[in-house]
Structure formats: C-alpha cells, structure tokens
Design a protein around this ligand. Sequence first.
Ligand code: CAA
Length: 257
Amino acid sequence: MEYANILVRQEQGVGIVQFNRPKALNALNREMMAEVMHALEQFDADPGIGCLLVTGNERAFAAGADIKEMAQATPVDMLNNPFIDYWDRLRRLAKPLVAAVSGFALGGGCEFAMACDMIVASESAQFGQPEINLGVIPGAGGTQRLTRAVGKALAMEMILADRRLNADEAVRYGLANRVVPVESYLDEAIRFAVTIAAQAPVAARLAKEAINAAFETSLQAGLAHERRLFYLLFSTEDQKEGMDAFVNKRRAAWQGR
Ligand code: CAA
C-alpha cells in the first residue's frame, strides 16, 4: 500500500509510523487513520518488529480528529463511518505501542496517545480534550481513558473547561512516562522503544495483555488471568533460555517462541 499521509520506517526492531499532514497539524482524517492502522497492523504481524512507535512532528502530534471532515456529518454518517473504530483497533494491537508526543496532542490526538501503551513527551507537549469548544464531547475514548489515567477531578476540568496539561503535568498525573528535550524527543523515544523491542517477544506481548486486563476486570479475575499467562510462558523456549542465561551468567538470546 502506498501511503499519502504517513511516513513509515523501521529501526532496530521498532516499527515507526509518523503522521504527515503538517499543514493541518496532523489532524486525523479517515484516509490517514486507514493508513496508520494498515501500517501498524503490518508491523504487529511482522516477527522482525518488537515494538511499535507512533509520532507526529515537533509542533504537533495531532491536533485532533479532522473537524472539517466531520463538520457537516449526521449521526448516521458518524455511525456508518468506521473512523472511531480505529481507536478500538489500536487497542487490539498485540505488541507494545509507544507514542512519541511533541506539541499538540488534542482531542482525537490525545485519545490516540492514550490508546497507546506508553507516552514519551517532549517538553513542548500539550495534552487536552477541547471538544467542548466545538459543542461536542470526546468520542474516541477521552472521557474513559483520561479519567482512568488522571482521575475524575482533573478529567472533569480538562473536558469541561479545556484545561490542558503540559509535559511535566502529564507525567505527574500519570498520563505520560517521561519528558525529554524537544530537539531529541524522537531519538529518545526510539531509544526507549528499542529497549522494549529487545525484550523476550512473547513475554512482552503477554505483559501488555495482563496490564491492560487490569482495566477490564476485578482484582481476582485479573490475578487469575495473570497467573495463566505466567504459567503459559513456561511453555516457551525463551523462558528456558532466559533462566539458563541467568544461571550461567550470560546474555539471553531471545527466539520469540
Ligand atoms: N481539524 C482540522 N483542521 C485542523 C485541526 C483539526 N482538528 N486543527 C488544526 N487544523 C488546521 C487549521 O484549520 C489550520 O488550517 P488552515 O491553515 O487551512 O486554516 C491549520 O491546521 C493550522 O491551525 P491553526 O491556524 O489553527 O494553528 P494555531 O497555531 O493558531 O492553533 C490549535 C493551533 C490550538 C491546535 C488550533 O488549530 C486548534 O484549536 N485546533 C483544533 C483542536 C481541536 O479542537 N481538536 C479536537 C477535534 S474534535 C475531536 O478530536 C473529536 C474526537 O474526540 C474524536
């Protein structure tokens, strides 16, 4: 597939997708989201890739869903349009997914970053859900994911009063993992993703599954789920390799099986 709205490359086991509509501050339209999902799903199925990374540019990760595209939509247009389903598909990616966020991460852009597993934020990152200014509310998970990440009080303020978080606040309130300099944010994020890509692949995938299960289940069901995945890993060659490498004081060589 030829991509018109994104740039795609890979580096040391990391599959990198970059939003590329700079004139529109990377506003997420249908065509771009279709391309993004296609690229991410290809990387997710590629055994040479251990971690996925999505980024924008220094000025904007993404300034939201494309307002111009949906301004005249009817409810039925919205219902028949698979656009918001893409955020559900992000959730179904099996491999760890990192967002490298610089500049605006607003509306659907903030929701995209929150649908990722980890966020590396540049010093200029700005997270917000300004949909109230357009007469709507977040529609791609904002009311749910933001509330789980930062708690009810701050989520209410962000969604009802367009309170935005800077990068330091995003880390302090549990939305982002770390803040890095703007000039090197992508290199730092890639380095972070390379570390994750180098882990035992099946364990990394199941770790992600188990952590995400914490948001869907009771503690008891979550613990039982974790236990089953933990036992399952004892069927992998990588578990034997990892423990043998520890015992024999050598570096493990992962096979991904
Ligand atoms: N959709 C479509 N186009 C957008 C856009 C968006 N979300 N955000 C910015 N753009 C476009 C602007 O229309 C402008 O295009 P033109 O040059 O053709 O006029 C270009 O990007 C540059 O934007 P600005 O001139 O506005 O740049 P600025 O620096 O003055 O302001 C900004 C930057 C504060 C991010 C401002 O652009 C803005 O407020 N954008 C909208 C943010 C927003 O409301 N996002 C939520 C969208 S709704 C949503 O996401 C729903 C959902 O939950 C799924």
